[in-house]
Write a protein of this length. Structure first.
Length: 180
């Protein structure tokens, strides 16, 4: 069957301004408020890790995925964070609205007392945090770093200049604070 003919359609623009989106009942955030973004929920841009994969919300165990226990530094257990093994480097692109990086760092108790590591944070290639060499006998060290206008964030763990044996480490409770 053949269809012959034309159809004319006329559109009229009533308004060039779309109405503002209305919050849904499940949207309980307030505009302009500070939001927490756990690094374990964010995509990595690049990763290198001394033993096995970077562990998400658990200690770095061995060479398999999900083979670590809870992240523990000293006698503190953390529900969130990244478990690594020196030498390690993880790169993130924090959103422009993110203003702070906060974490507790240290040798994970799963590695025992023999581990020794140092932590470094680079913001756009510039060193903004360097820890002393920490051992399995040290408790967690708090870090809180300003990230205004930072595009690239690198989290680095090096061995304590005595080899990488037992150098399981953790970026415990690691998160970004961001403006909504």
């Amino acid at each position: 069957m053949a269809v012959v003919g034309t159809l004319a359609v006329t559109l009229a623009v009533i308004s060039a301004v779309w109405p503002a989106a209305q919050p849904t009942p499940s949207d309980n955030r307030q505009p302009g408020t500070e939001q927490v973004r756990h690094l374990s929920d964010l995509p990595f841009i690049s990763i290198s890790n001394g033993l096995g994969p970077v562990a998400i919300d658990q200690a770095n165990g061995d060479s398999e995925v999900d083979d670590g226990g809870p992240i523990t530094i000293g006698d503190q257990v953390f529900a969130r964070g990244l478990g690594v093994h020196a030498p390690s480097q993880i790169r993130f692109y924090p959103a422009a609205a993110c203003t702070r990086f906060v974490a507790q760092v240290g040798v994970d108790s799963e590695a025992g007392d023999g581990g020794s590591v140092a932590f470094q944070v680079l913001a756009d290639g510039r060193s903004v945090y360097n820890s002393d060499v920490l051992t399995g006998q040290d408790g967690p060290r708090a870090i809180d770093i300003d990230l205004d206008n930072v595009e690239v964030l690198d989290l680095i763990v090096t061995d304590g200049h005595d080899g990488a044996a037992g150098d399981g480490a953790a970026w415990a409770g690691a998160f970004l604070t961001c403006q909504d």
